[in-house]
Design a protein around this ligand. Sequence first.
Ligand SMILES: O=C(O)CCC(=O)C(=O)O
Length: 244
Amino acid sequence: MSMLFPDDALPRASREIAPGAVHIPGFLSLEEQAWIVGQYRQWRAGPVPPHHPIISGHPMSVESLCLGLHWTQGGYSERAEALGGRRVLPVPDWTVRLARRAADEAQALTAADLLPDGAFAPDMLLANYYAPGAVMGLHQDAHEETRAPIVSLSLGDSCLFRLGGSEHRGQPWQDVRLVSGDLLVFGGPARFAFHGVPKVFPGTSPAGIGLSPDDGGPGGRINLTVRQVRPVRQETSTMQSTPL
Ligand SMILES: O=C(O)CCC(=O)C(=O)O
């Protein structure tokens, strides 16, 4: 699709957008993005299907898929009780390695302490799919029992990501355009900042990663957030070993 300012036409430097919130454009190569989209497709096969979480009685427009632990508006659980009671897939070890590298790279760009509790031991991955038209309202990620950072990766269509303060949903906000392959890490003073995605820009996915209609994909955007919910890993069964 032709655009006045395509995402790769403007310089985008890594920067701290607010204390403790670091944006690193182009963190994932196109090849890595395509591979992750392929993994996401496999996760969709279950055992717990993607679903639209219910928030205050209404389904979110975003479709969510959980690994490691299941998330609902009530918090995290071992089993997806409302979706058949099965356990979700374990967190793949490549996402743990990737999230640790992401946190290290973000830490180098901020004076804030992104890991106030010590080592980063991610045990949950939330994969959100934004079909064309889907958005996410401002909210806090506050069900986690640790202060470990949220590591967020964007794939597919670009979006407007809005980061506010930790006290309320109102302004001031920082608006950032997240492009496919971008990394955003928020921790330290930004860990409990309200944030959301008020807009996704259709037709902006790069070709070749399997998401855009030109690639035979459904369009839209995938966001992965890797999180550490539990302070101490209880057992290794939430993490899957692969030869990668
Ligand atoms: O899609 C995004 O970039 C943000 C996702 C998000 O806010 C969340 O999963 O809590």
